[in-house]
Ligand binder design. Structure first.
Ligand code: SF4
Length: 217
């Protein structure tokens, strides 16, 4: 059974549910008062057919700018790919006021607060899933979810009510949950691209498949 959705789609900016992340947030607010330093809300229209689920805000990326994948390396690969496949319009300039808009696409995260070393704890992933469930529930036209990395994949599976054993993570793998198809990709992190675990072509191929499926369907 899928977990029950809460009425709101995003956490309060002072969400208190994960004590370790709250402490990390407070430290960042004291050190960098000009940064966003709050749970990062999803970006894009709830009427979109595509949802991209990342891991969590990067300290100097979304946690700094307040827009998912904006301001650090992961966005440098994600946004040009979205532009190439018609899921975004404008010019990505790594700033939340760059005017870039998403087209039939929304971006969220499995965990809404920045975790130390980009590593959320299992309890934090489980606690924040209620907001991923709400994000999914708020998208009536949703047909495709791209999960970036294993943690996003696992949390999305649980949010959709699928069992992990029946839908193992793999780059390029696809799993169907009723009208929604889940597409797996390695995360577009600097580490994964530097080590060639993920090449730009591998990443583009995932979005090419999503685009082809949405065009057909
Ligand atoms: S990670 Fe999610 S549940 Fe935990 S404090 Fe942040 S917004 Fe709240």
């Amino acid at each position: 059974m899928a977990e029950a959705a809460r009425p709101c789609t995003g956490p309060d900016r002072n969400c208190p549910l994960c004590p370790r992340l709250v402490e990390f947030r407070e430290q960042a607010r004291a050190r960098e008062p000009g940064w966003f330093n709050s749970p990062v809300p999803a970006f894009g229209d709830t009427k979109a057919r595509l949802l991209i689920v990342g891991l969590a805000p990067g300290l100097q990326g979304a946690n700094r700018t307040g827009r998912p994948f904006t301001g650090d390396y992961a966005g440098d690969l994600l946004y040009p790919t979205l532009l190439e496949y018609g899921f975004a319009s404008g010019v990505y300039q790594a700033r939340p006021d760059d005017g870039l808009t998403l087209v039939d696409c929304r971006i969220g995260n499995a965990v809404h607060c920045v975790p130390p070393q980009n590593k959320p704890l299992p309890a934090e992933i489980n606690t924040c899933r209620q907001f991923l469930v709400a994000t999914i529930a708020a998208m009536p036209k949703l047909r495709a979810i791209v999960a970036l990395g294993r943690i996003a994949h696992e949390s999305t599976l649980k949010a959709l009510g699928l069992r992990s054993a029946a839908a193992p993570f793999g780059h390029g793998a696809m799993h169907d949950a009723g009208p929604i198809r889940l597409y797996d990709s390695y995360h577009c992190s600097r580490y994964n691209t530097n080590t060639r675990v993920l090449t730009p072509e591998m990443f583009r191929n995932v979005f090419a498949k999503v685009r082809a499926d949405l065009t057909e369907g």
